[in-house]
Design a protein around this ligand. Structure first.
Ligand code: HEM
Length: 502
C-alpha cells in the first residue's frame, strides 16, 4: 500500500500527462465522427456548450440561435445533432425509421424504478404500452372526459369570482402563473386520479409540488443532455429520488397514484368509464407501471398546458387588435346563442379567430422547446444529404421549426393570428401540419393532445368571455425558466369583470 502511494506521489506528472493525451485522442475521435456538421466549437469535442445552454434557463433561445446560424442540422455535442427541419423530425419519428429513443430519455423516469411511456427506450415495450392507453387518451372510451374538464373549468371561473376580481375601489393582485398552474393540476388530477386535489380551492402549492418540480426539472433535463451527468442522476435517483412514502412533491403524488390503482383493482373495472378503466380493460395490468403513467400525466400536462395558456395570454394582452377581434368573435357567438356555458369543444372549432389565437400561441411559444434526442439506427442514416453514423443522437429545436419562414411567411417573430384566418386552404393545411409538431410526431407523438386542445380552447374562450386582464408589471410580465418545458413565476395581473369595465 505504502509503496503504491509512494509510486503515485512520485509519478503524478506522468499520470496527468497520460490522462491529458487520452482526453485529446478521444476528443479528436469524437470530433472526427461528425466533422461534416457545423456548430458551436465547444460542442464539437465536449458537452460544455450543451451544459451552458441547459444552465441558462433559456435553452429554447440557445438552440434556436444555433439553428439559425448553422442550418438544418447543427452539431451541439460530441455525439449530438439538433435539427431545425420539420421533414427530418417526421423522417426520424416515422414508424419504420428504425430510430429509437436515446439515453436522453432514461432520466425522464419520474418513479426512479419504473419507466413511463415517455421515458421508455425499448421500442417493443413502448408500443405495447401505448396500445393499452390509446383509446383512453383519445377520449373514445371515456365519454365523460369533456364533462370532467368542464367541472374544473367551472371551478376555475368560480374561484376567480370568489377571490380574484378587482374593481375600481379594490385591487386584488393575482399571480396568474400560480393560478393557471393550480388550474391545470386540478384538471389533470381530475382525469388521472378521479378527483381534483384542490390546488385552486386551497390557493396554495399543495405538497410543495410546483416548488419541488422547479428544483428537480433543471437537474433532470441537464442530465438528459449531458450523458455523464445522466448516469450519476440515475444512480442518485435510486437513493434520493421521489418515493411513494414522501410527504411532499412528486413522491407524494406517486404514493397517491399507487393508492388509486390499488383501489381500482379492488373494485369493478368498467364502473367508472374513465381513462384508467379504459387502460385496464385494454390489458394494462402492471400496477406500478400504471401508477407511473398516472403520475407522468401530471408532469407531462401540467406545465405544458399552463405554460401555453400564460404565453398565449401574454401575446393577446400585448396586442389591442388581437384582443378586440377575439372578444368581438366571442361576443358575437354568445349573442347569437351559438355557444353553451361553458362552451363545448365542438363549438370552439367553429370559431376561426379563437382557433387562430390558440394555434399562433402554440407556434410562437412552443410549450416543449425540443431536443428529445433519438438514436440513429444500425448502419447509420443519411440526413440532409449527409451521412450520420449509427448511435448519433439527433434532436430538434422546436422553436426554430416553428419559425420556418417557408411555412409561415416572413414575419415569424410576430404573434399574428391573421396568418391563420387569412390563409388559403393549402397554406393553412401546411401551417397546421407544422404546428402539430409541437406535440411530437408519429410513434412518439403526445398522447394528451386531445386533452390539451380541449383545455386550451375552452379556457381561452371562457376567460375572455367574462374578464378583462391587465398586466401589473408590463416591463417584466413574468419570469420564465425553460427546461424543455416552461415554468413561469410572478405573472402579476388585475382581473376585472368585462361587465364592470370603464
Ligand atoms: C400543450 C400541451 C402539450 C404539449 C405541447 C405536449 C407535447 C409533447 C411532446 C413534444 C411529447 C414528446 C414527443 C417525443 O418524445 O418525441 C409529448 C409526449 C407525451 N405527452 Fe404531451 N404535451 C402536452 C400536453 C399533454 C397532456 C395534457 C398529457 C396528458 C394528459 C400529455 C401526455 C403525454 C404522453 C403520455 C406522452 C408520451 C408519448 C410517448 O412517448 O409515446 N401531454 N407531449
Amino acid at each position: 500500500m505504502a509503496s503504491t502511494i509512494a509510486f503515485l506521489a512520485s509519478s503524478w506528472p506522468q499520470l496527468l500527462f497520460t490522462l491529458f493525451i487520452i482526453y485529446v485522442i478521444s476528443a479528436i475521435a469524437a470530433w472526427w465522427r461528425l466533422r461534416e456538421f457545423k456548430g458551436p466549437w465547444l460542442g464539437k469535442f465536449s458537452y460544455l456548450w450543451m451544459a451552458s445552454a441547459e444552465l441558462s434557463n433559456e435553452m429554447n433561445n440557445y438552440y434556436m440561435a444555433a439553428s439559425k446560424k448553422y442550418g438544418k442540422l447543427t452539431r451541439v455535442g460530441p455525439n449530438d445533432l439538433v435539427s431545425s427541419d420539420a421533414e427530418i423530425v417526421r423522417h426520424i419519428n416515422g414508424v419504420r425509421s428504425g430510430y429509437t429513443k436515446s439515453n436522453y430519455y432514461d432520466v425522464m423516469k419520474i418513479d426512479p424504478y419504473v419507466h413511463n411511456t415517455f421515458s421508455e427506450t425499448s421500442p417493443e415495450v413502448h408500443t405495447t404500452n401505448r396500445a393499452y392507453m390509446a383509446n383512453g387518451y383519445s377520449g373514445k372510451e371515456n365519454p365523460h372526459l369533456e364533462d370532467e374538464l368542464d367541472e374544473v373549468l367551472k371551478l376555475f371561473v368560480g374561484m376567480i369570482e370568489e377571490k380574484y376580481i378587482s374593481t375600481k375601489d379594490v385591487l386584488k393582485v393575482t399571480d396568474f402563473s400560480d393560478l393557471t398552474s393550480w388550474y391545470t393540476l386540478d384538471s389533470l388530477t381530475r382525469i388521472a386520479y378521479g378527483r381534483s386535489f384542490g390546488w385552486m380551492k386551497e390557493g396554495k402549492d399543495l405538497f410543495d409540488y410546483m416548488k419541488l418540480t422547479l428544483e428537480i426539472l433543471p437537474i433532470m433535463v441537464f442530465s438528459g443532455a449531458v450523458p455523464i451527468a445522466g448516469s450519476l442522476y440515475l444512480l442518485l435517483g435510486r437513493i434520493a429520488g421521489p418515493s411513494p412514502k414522501d410527504k411532499k412533491g412528486i413522491g407524494r403524488l406517486l404514493g397517491l397514484a399507487r393508492d388509486v390503482v390499488e383501489e381500482r383493482f379492488q373494485g369493478d373495472i368498467g364502473e367508472n368509464q374513465d381513462m384508467l378503466d379504459s387502460w385496464i380493460r385494454h390489458g394494462f395490468t402492471d400496477r406500478r407501471r400504471i401508477a407511473a403513467e398516472i403520475l407522468f400525466q401530471i408532469v407531462a400536462g401540467g406545465d405544458t398546458v399552463s405554460g401555453a395558456l400564460r404565453a398565449t395570454f401574454l401575446h393577446v394582452l400585448s396586442s389591442a387588435r388581437v384582443m378586440r377581434k377575439l372578444t368581438a368573435e366571442i361576443d358575437e357567438a354568445v349573442k347569437a346563442g351559438r355557444v353553451s356555458d361553458p362552451i363545448s369543444n365542438e363549438q370552439t372549432l367553429k370559431l376561426p379567430y379563437l382557433q387562430a389565437v390558440m394555434k399562433e400561441g402554440l407556434r410562437i411559444h412552443p410549450p416543449s422547446s425540443g431536443l428529445l434526442f433519438k438514436k440513429v439506427p444500425k448502419g447509420g442514416d443519411v440526413l440532409d444529404g449527409r451521412y450520420v453514423p449509427e448511435g448519433t443522437r439527433v434532436g430538434h429545436s422546436m422553436w426554430a421549426i416553428q419559425r420556418d419562414t417557408k411555412v409561415y411567411g416572413p414575419d415569424t417573430d410576430v404573434y399574428r393570428p391573421e396568418r391563420w384566418t387569412d390563409a388559403d386552404a393549402e397554406t393553412y393545411a401546411n401551417m397546421e401540419k407544422q404546428v402539430d409538431l409541437v406535440f411530437g410526431y408519429g410513434r412518439w407523438g403526445c398522447m394528451g393532445k386531445p386533452v390539451a386542445f380541449m383545455t386550451l380552447q375552452k379556457t381561452l374562450f371562457e376567460l375572455f368571455r367574462r374578464y378583462d386582464f391587465e398586466l401589473l408589471n408590463p416591463s417584466r410580465p413574468y419570469v420564465e425558466f425553460c427546461h424543455i418545458i416552461f415554468v413561469h413565476t410572478n405573472m402579476k395581473i388585475r382581473i376585472t369583470r368585462r361587465s364592470d369595465s370603464d
